[in-house]
Design a protein around this ligand. Structure first.
Ligand code: HEM
Length: 431
């Protein structure tokens, strides 16, 4: 038998299968092969062109005329497939629930200019530097209370103890969800985020998700109406009482729901996930715990590195509006591309030693976990505030955090869009 040559050992395109569970759990080797061999790669099974190189992802994001965000149909198609596969009786119940729902039009994520700009500038009011700064004490208090709830324990599931609760309580407090509705809100927010996972559901799960979505709509409408009568110091009050530029009118119930739903889908699980991946990085690089403790600048870089290395939104689609090319690869009007933020963030053409955590990395903030251009994550200042304060406070209280090796090794949930870490069992030593 001939000796295998190094050429035989080189990764091949034919070996890349992005939807294999093993690749979904750890996609980085596949991304590397794609960046090197075919940075705009057509996946027949899902009919998308996957874009993996940093420069090409940025080029496509910036050209919103050619690469539109009106990709609702992509998300809708997955839900339609699940609906069609459900038994007739379940379909009927789903339709009955749907008929009671307020129609929520697209407001930001899946709109293009000029409509996108109208909503975006209204919502931007919620995230101004002064509002974010003004809410710092609330965020810090949520972090402190959450740490107090497991202080002294030496073994915890970090996702349950801290990473999950903090972003959920922060968004509930910032929105102004009344105390008596918190438990339901937390359940509903988690279900809403689950919709982006595009993983198959049983008919019972579909019915449950639909009912929870309806109840959540009713809760949010009740709060919007209340805040129109009695404005308070919270995000829903601002949203409910701001007027849409150019039209001089308040948002409809459906528009309010659409905006709030995006906060829930895009907002809390992504921050949870970064707390989880960041903590896993601290466990795997224990010297970093000491190096960043008490150093606000390095904590900021560490947070950007956690976002870069494990982008919580691994990718999002764009719709090609006209025949074009990207990186020399032809694309026809009507086709779909999938921007892989998670792959662009590990592109060695952009970041030296891209797989390494570097707490002094120059321009760490140029990572693409929050996207770029007109759709750049509007909640990024809130997420960064939570993450920076969260890691700083944790390290003030904890002298060391390490993986509990008696528990199963932490592993990402296999999802093509979101990169979640469901469990992270750690051992803690307190200061
Ligand atoms: C670590 C946490 C977060 C990550 C990684 C993240 C990621 C992203 C990404 C990648 C986009 C761009 C979508 C695109 O390219 O089309 C985006 C947009 C968005 N994010 Fe975030 N997000 C985070 C936190 C938040 C929070 C806390 C909120 C709100 C409370 C939020 C609300 C939104 C909204 C409303 C958009 C749509 C903006 C637009 O289309 O103009 N996100 N996010």
């Amino acid at each position: 038998m001939p000796e295998p040559t190094t050429q035989n050992a080189l990764p091949k395109l034919a070996d890349v299968s992005l939807f294999d569970p093993a690749t979904l759990i750890d996609p980085y080797a596949a991304y590397q092969t794609l960046r090197d061999l075919e940075p705009v790669h057509f996946v027949q099974a899902s009919n998308v062109h996957v874009v993996t190189r940093y420069d090409l992802v940025r080029e496509a994001i910036k050209d919103t005329k050619t690469f539109s965000s009106k990709y609702d149909s992509f998300l809708g198609a997955a839900q339609e497939m699940m609906f069609n596969a459900a038994p007739k009786a379940v379909q009927d119940q789903l339709l009955a629930i749907n008929a009671q729902m307020e129609l929520a039009p697209p407001t930001m994520l899946t709109l293009d200019e000029p409509e996108h700009t109208q909503y975006r500038s209204l919502v931007a009011e919620l995230f101004t530097a002064s509002r974010i700064k003004g809410a710092e004490a609330t965020v810090q208090s949520v972090i402190d209370r959450t740490i107090a709830s497991f202080a002294g324990q030496t073994s915890v599931d970090f996702m349950d103890a801290f990473a999950g609760p903090v972003p959920l309580i922060v968004i509930a407090e910032r929105l102004g969800i009344p105390a008596e509705d918190r438990d339901f809100f937390e359940l509903a927010a988690t279900e809403a985020a689950g919709a982006l996972r595009l993983s198959p559901l049983t008919p019972e799960q579909m019915l449950h998700r639909a009912q929870v979505a309806l109840d959540l709509q009713r809760l949010l409408i009740r709060i919007v109406e209340d805040r129109r009568r009695n404005p308070q110091e919270d995000m829903i009050s601002v949203l409910a009482n701001s007027k849409l530029a150019g039209e001089n009118r308040y948002l409809t119930h459906g528009e309010c729901i659409s905006v709030l739903n995006q906060f829930l889908v895009a907002g809390h699980e992504t921050t949870t996930s970064t707390f989880g991946w960041g903590t896993l990085l601290l466990c795997r690089n224990p010297e970093v715990q000491e190096q960043i403790r008490g150093d606000a600048k390095r904590i900021r870089t560490f947070v950007e590195e956690a976002l870069r290395l494990e982008a919580p939104v691994q990718g999002l689609p764009r719709l090609v509006t006209q025949d074009t090319e990207l990186g020399g690869y032809p694309l026809v009007a009507g086709s779909m591309i999938m921007l892989r933020y998670g792959a662009a963030n590990r592109d060695e053409r952009q970041f030296a030693e891209p797989d390494e955590l570097q707490i002094d990395r120059p321009k760490a903030g140029s990572q693409l976990a929050f996207g770029a251009g007109v759709h750049f994550c509007i909640g990024a200042p809130l997420a960064r505030q939570e993450l920076n304060l969260g890691f700083a406070t944790l390290l003030e209280h904890i002298s060391s955090i390490e993986l509990d090796t008696s528990a199963p090794a932490p592993e990402a949930e296999p999802s093509f869009i979101l990169r979640n870490l469901p469990k992270l069992q750690v051992k803690l030593a307190w200061r």
